[in-house]
Design a protein. Structure first.
Length: 267
């Protein structure tokens, strides 16, 4: 999309140069100047559309995510260590009923790496009293673990998969074009442990239950907006509600397994 944005601007500038030389017979230097001005103008006029589609955000993000997937040293390493240490400290303090690590989009891969790192700090992490839950929302984890050089990340996923005490909730939606709907993130990462693997629950989230028909029609072609719905407020009561998940009275584990029943008790 970034290349297309530049190509459209360049094509518009070239067309302006052709038209001016053909119909006005201007000298080539002046035509080139007109082409440059027209191209820049078209590029700037398309900027709001590019911002709406998060083109620059994605283009700036992906190179660093790619380095992280390949196991190279990145700016992610230090924050992952800090958060992993905080998780270990919170589990050891035993002051909570449930610890939840949430990762949305590419954060699904980072969240998995954080929990795996916490396990390196404390191999008995899942034997502490607070239940630890890894929740991945619209996760891009398979996009990273499918990279041929992603041995380090696949190793972290395998380490988590071997922890049967870990509750992993992977939320997916058919309306989200950017997640891996209908895909088991462990199998997609090449982890085959059969019944010995962690407690993974794939939660198929229906955005139609959360939003009005008008909102669905308005947003369905805004790919990033639909992708972010996992962490945004609902317009209707629904079994999936991000703010009830993180702030509500029921545990994430119970909510993921019986969200509709829990919702009925709150009416």
């Amino acid at each position: 999309m970034l290349v297309l944005w530049i190509a459209v601007a360049a094509a518009g500038g070239s067309l302006a140069a052709v038209l001016t030389t053909h119909f006005i017979d201007l000298p080539m230097p002046i035509a080139a100047m007109i082409a440059l001005v027209a191209g820049v103008a078209i590029f700037m006029l398309l900027r709001p559309l590019a911002d709406r589609w998060f083109i620059l955000q994605v283009a700036n993000c992906w190179p660093y995510i790619r380095e992280f997937a390949r196991g190279e040293a990145t700016g992610y390493d230090r924050p992952i260590d800090i958060l992993a240490a905080r998780i270990v400290a919170a589990a050891s303090a035993n002051e909570a009923d449930e610890l939840v690590v949430i990762g949305h989009s590419s954060g699904g891969a980072v969240g998995a790496a954080v929990v795996a790192r916490a396990l390196e700090f404390d191999p008995d992490l899942f034997r502490h009293h607070p239940r630890l839950v890894l929740m991945t929302l619209g996760s891009l984890l398979p996009a990273l673990t499918l990279h041929p050089a992603a041995d380090r990340l696949r190793g972290a996923v395998r380490r988590l998969a071997m922890e049967r005490s870990l509750v992993w909730v992977d939320c997916q939606s058919r309306k989200d074009w950017l997640n891996f709907w209908g895909v088991d993130p462990l199998e997609a990462s090449g982890v085959e442990l059969g019944q010995r693997r962690c407690s993974l629950r794939i939660w198929q989230v229906r955005f139609r239950d959360m939003l009005s028909p008008d909102s669905i029609r308005r947003m369905q072609w805004n790919l990033l907006r639909m992708h972010y719905q996992f962490i945004m407020a609902n317009e209707a009561r629904s079994p999936y509600d991000f703010f009830m998940l993180v702030c509500g009275p029921a545990s994430v584990t119970d909510w993921a397994s019986a969200g509709r029943d829990i919702l009925a008790t709150m009416l």
